[in-house]
Design a protein around this ligand. Structure first.
Ligand SMILES: Cc1ncc(COP(=O)(O)O)c(C=O)c1O
Length: 392
């Protein structure tokens, strides 16, 4: 029967690691997934915000809620981005924003340029749309090599767009320097190649950070935001900021995709923002995630001195490099089975079997309870010490 499937779908497989993570037992300490902490969902405030929502119109189809767009417009000012409400397009999460932009921008045989390690949800969306990816040389400490990206943009078959994250990169945890942001903004304009800036973690910064690329070039950067990490993933509300001609087309594409962003969720978020001090909520998230980040950083320095990493200024993730002789895929299985700790191996972040990522791993500090982080890192240290690596 498998032959009835379309070619892209026929080739889709869950990875063995995804399968393993789905069946993870409760005694495993997980640094695998970039999920927000359960205890930071503002459930009581959500409950209060829903008080006025129990009426038929909240359960009906609806157009994008203007009030929510105004609220997002205001929120974006905190990140130094000014836009009009008609440049804001509401989506069912950042993932749908990625899918719609891929559909809207790419023709057959066109390619997309990305960092050498990227968010697997983007890889999946690109693969489903049959889009070949060109991974650009990327430093693990300061991100995309803009010179090699520029060389790529000068080729006759230049990429159709560039997908990147300027803040709290998934998986690299890095933030781009001001110089790189400036250069990327200029390049987008010069070569007329849009940048899709995924800012899923941009509001979760632990020190003063630069504005997103969108603030550096308002026309050629299409910005993606999401409430998943800063409120709750179940709301499934994200947004795109883009020029109006694109918004009009995205609206048609989205209608054919899922008709509208869930009415109840739009109203729930809007009511939440209206009734609560969102800046105070963000400050609380920053404080707690920063504490978790620091706990993990200290434990890594203490128990695994041979590991190399940079301390992320934003987001949920630490990208770590082990000595080259260590294969993080093998370590994953060994650590899960023998030490009951999990992470994601670096190769999960590339569609190619990238050797340059084989000794890398991504550690998420956001979901794990604070009091288990040190024990988890100790377990990881034990796994590294006890595994007979032979990949050199
Ligand atoms: C970089 C990045 N983009 C997009 C998403 C998807 O977010 P959403 O829940 O808003 O669809 C995630 C989720 O982990 C992510 O890490």
């Amino acid at each position: 029967m498998i032959e009835i499937l379309s070619s892209p779908v026929k080739n889709l497989n869950t990875s063995v690691i995804q399968d393993a993570l789905q069946n993870i037992s409760s005694d495993v300490i997980s640094f695998s997934l970039g999920m927000p902490a359960d205890n930071l969902f503002p459930i009581l405030n959500f409950k209060e915000a829903t008080y006025d929502l129990w009426r038929p119109s909240s359960f009906q189809y609806c157009s994008p809620l203007m009030e929510l767009k105004y609220q997002i417009q205001k929120l974006m000012q905190q990140r130094g981005v000014s836009c009009t409400s008609s440049q804001i397009f509401l989506t069912n999460g950042a993932q749908q924003a990625i899918q719609l932009l891929c559909k809207a921008l790419i023709d057959k045989d066109e390619t997309v340029a990305t960092d050498a390690a990227i968010y697997p949800g983007f890889i999946q969306a690109a693969q489903l749309s049959g889009i070949p990816l060109t991974m650009t040389s990327t430093s693990f400490s300061d991100g995309m090599d803009v010179d090699s990206l520029e060389a790529l943009c000068q080729k006759p078959k230049k990429p159709k767009f560039i997908y990147t994250m300027s803040e709290g990169h998934n998986p690299l945890g890095i933030s781009l320097s001001n110089e790189k942001r400036l250069k990327l903004g200029e390049m987008a304009q010069t070569y007329q190649i849009p940048i899709i800036e995924d800012d899923a973690y941009g509001f979760l910064n632990y020190q003063q950070v630069e504005s997103p690329l969108k603030a550096y070039n308002s026309d050629w950067v299409f910005y993606i935001g999401s409430f998943s990490k800063i409120l709750a993933p179940t709301t499934r509300v994200g947004w795109i900021i883009a020029p109006e001609f694109l918004i009009d087309k995205l609206a048609i594409l989205k209608e054919g995709n899922d008709i509208n962003t869930t009415t109840f969720s739009q109203r729930l978020i809007s009511a939440f923002l209206d009734k609560n001090d969102f800046s105070a909520h963000l400050s609380l998230l920053r404080e707690i995630y920063q504490e978790k980040r620091d706990k993990m950083v200290n434990a890594l320095n203490k128990y695994i001195p041979e590991i190399k990493f940079i301390i992320p200024s934003s987001g949920f993730l630490i990208w770590a490099q082990l000595p080259k002789k260590i294969d993080a895929n093998q370590l994953f299985w060994h650590a899960l089975k023998n030490e009951k700790v999990s992470f994601l191996p670096g190769t999960a972040f590339s569609p190619f079997s990238e050797n340059t990522l084989a000794h890398c791993l991504r550690l998420s500090f956001s979901y794990c309870p604070l009091e288990l982080i040190e024990t988890g890192v100790k377990r990881l240290a034990n796994a590294i010490q006890s595994y007979p690596f032979n990949s050199e």
